[in-house]
Design a protein around this ligand. Structure first.
Ligand SMILES: Cc1ncc(COP(=O)(O)O)c(C=O)c1O
Ligand SMILES: N[C@@H](CCOP(=O)(O)O)C(=O)O
Length: 463
């Protein structure tokens, strides 16, 4: 199994190499050269298996011979043992043909734990085998950062630096990142928005002196392993509703496009997915692109679903690579145009994208109204990101095909927005009950590449 860059000009890598490399050296994102498929019998055989066993069968074809079966099973077992729900990703029925897939039972209460706990284990295994150390730099709009810190804190051979947008994450998200006191954890509040954080991260990858000097690694969905781990819950949930004998659809609250791209991979593997629906908040570049074919930056407006306050949606590049029939030059040209603010997708590529994805948008008022109404009718307390998706899912329900909406975060991560909408404050689970009393280590940093690189190098040298 080999991985190739979306820009067509970087070395082909194995799974482990692609995982440790992060961004391809031509600035692109790694994707499998050929997507493995599962037969209908293979998929049917997943019914009734544990989440860990499903994870093994779904991910195994992607890792080639990088890990033995026993090694990989051990890695998966350790990744999910800290989840607070035995099903790991339980389904809750919302209506006659509508289900919520609860992805917030991991240690940091967001779907990021599914992939981050796994790659934490994969990195540890691979770095120990190679006797290497790395510097992880991550960009976050709130959830990736805490999940990465939780997965890598305390490790000797890893430093983890997280860039988050100053003042634009919830208090709980910020505290999750600034209160761990491990020497290898560095939470940096950048003066800018998430797109600035992600742009500086990619700049660091494209600065080869810095990249090679600090042995830079990435744990954003830039990293293929992140996307792969997220493919698993599409299988586990679809199979529990009758796949492959019955089709299912998914609505996915979308920002950086990693989660819904994982759904696309599941469909390419043979999972009978009818519709994949992109749900955006008021930062709706993806919805506008799907409607018009023009991908135009419009600036980020802070919302009550802050983790989706994104305009430069990193993984959309992976979808474009497939839409342009794996033409790396075409993708490079689009990305060059986007650096100037906008690109236009060809008619053929747009038709392909519309065959794969539907889209919808929720305004701030619609998001709040959905939290209020779903609580009243179903008793479910939704986080604002999930509410965006539920609003869009409700517009796409069908009597034939069950709709699964991804519930990506625990409502208690966004208590102010939830309380405003439903009049009661959601409570953090016991392991985080004292979070707001814990002492923070704050570090505000400017949105300047050279200064950021200096801070990172100095902190590593001081360890
Ligand atoms: C709670 C939550 N929901 C949805 C999203 C959007 O997911 P993606 O960036 O994979 O599209 C994010 C951020 O990634 C998130 O943290
Ligand atoms: N919403 C994310 C943004 C980063 O996404 P990633 O999937 O590329 O890590 C966050 O919460 O940080």
């Amino acid at each position: 199994m080999k991985y190739i860059s979306t820009r067509g000009n970087a070395p082909e890598l194995s799974f482990a190499e692609a995982m440790l490399t992060g961004l391809a050296r031509d600035g692109g994102l790694y994707v499998p050269k050929k997507i493995p498929t599962m037969s209908q019998d293979d998929i049917a055989a997943l019914a009734g298996q544990s989440y860990e066993d499903i994870a093994f069968h779904v991910m195994k074809p992607f890792i080639g011979d990088c890990f033995t079966d026993e090694e990989f099973k051990g890695i998966i077992a350790r990744a999910y043992e800290g989840f607070r729900h035995t099903a790991r990703a339980p389904l809750v029925q919302m209506g006659p043909n509508h289900y919520l897939l609860e992805l917030f039972h991991g240690p940091t209460l967001a779907f990021k734990d599914f992939a981050m706990q796994l790659i934490g284990q994969l990195f540890q295994f691979e770095l120990e085998r190679r006797k290497e150390r790395v510097t992880i730099v991550g960009a976050t709009s709130g959830d990736t950062g805490s999940a990465a810190i939780e997965a890598f804190r305390g490790l000797e051979n890893v430093d983890v630096f997280i860039l988050f947008p100053h003042g634009r994450v919830s208090d709980i998200q910020r505290k999750q990142m600034t209160t761990p006191d491990d020497a290898n954890v560095h939470a940096l509040a950048l003066e800018g928005d998430f797109d600035d954080c992600q742009a500086r991260l990619k700049d660091m990858f494209n600065d080869f002196d810095f990249r090679d000097g600090v042995k830079l690694a990435g744990v954003n969905s830039i990293n293929w392993a992140r996307v792969l781990a997220q493919v698993v819950y599409y299988f586990s949930s679809a199979v529990s509703l009758g796949a492959p004998h019955r089709k299912v659809s998914f609505t996915v609250p979308t920002g950086n496009f990693g989660d819904i791209f994982a759904g696309f991979i599941a469909k390419q593997m043979g999972l009978p997915i009818d519709r994949l629906v992109i749900a955006t908040n008021q930062n709706d570049i993806l919805h506008r692109t799907m409607e018009t074919g023009a991908c135009t930056k419009a600036g980020v407006t802070p919302s009550i679903s802050p983790s989706m306050d994104i305009q430069v949606s990193s993984n959309f590049e992976r979808a474009l690579f497939f839409a342009y029939e794996k033409d790396g030059d075409a993708v490079s040209k689009l990305m060059e145009d986007f650096a100037d603010g906008s690109f236009t997708i060809s008619q053929g590529a747009m038709e392909w994208l519309r065959e794969q994805f539907d889209s919808g948008r929720a305004s701030e008022e619609e998001t709040k109204a959905t939290i209020t109404s779903e609580y009243a009718t179903t008793g479910e307390v939704l986080c604002p990101h999930t509410a965006v998706a539920v609003k869009v899912a409700n517009e796409n329900l069908s009597t034939e095909t069950p709709m699964i909406t991804l519930a990506t975060a625990h409502p208690a991560k966004f208590p102010d927005a939830v309380e405003e909408a439903m009049g009661a404050r959601p409570v953090l689970p016991p392991h985080m009950a004292d979070l707001m009393e814990r002492e923070e280590r704050q570090c505000k940093v400017p949105n300047q590449l050279a200064l950021l690189e200096t801070i990172i190098k100095d902190r590593i040298a001081a360890r």
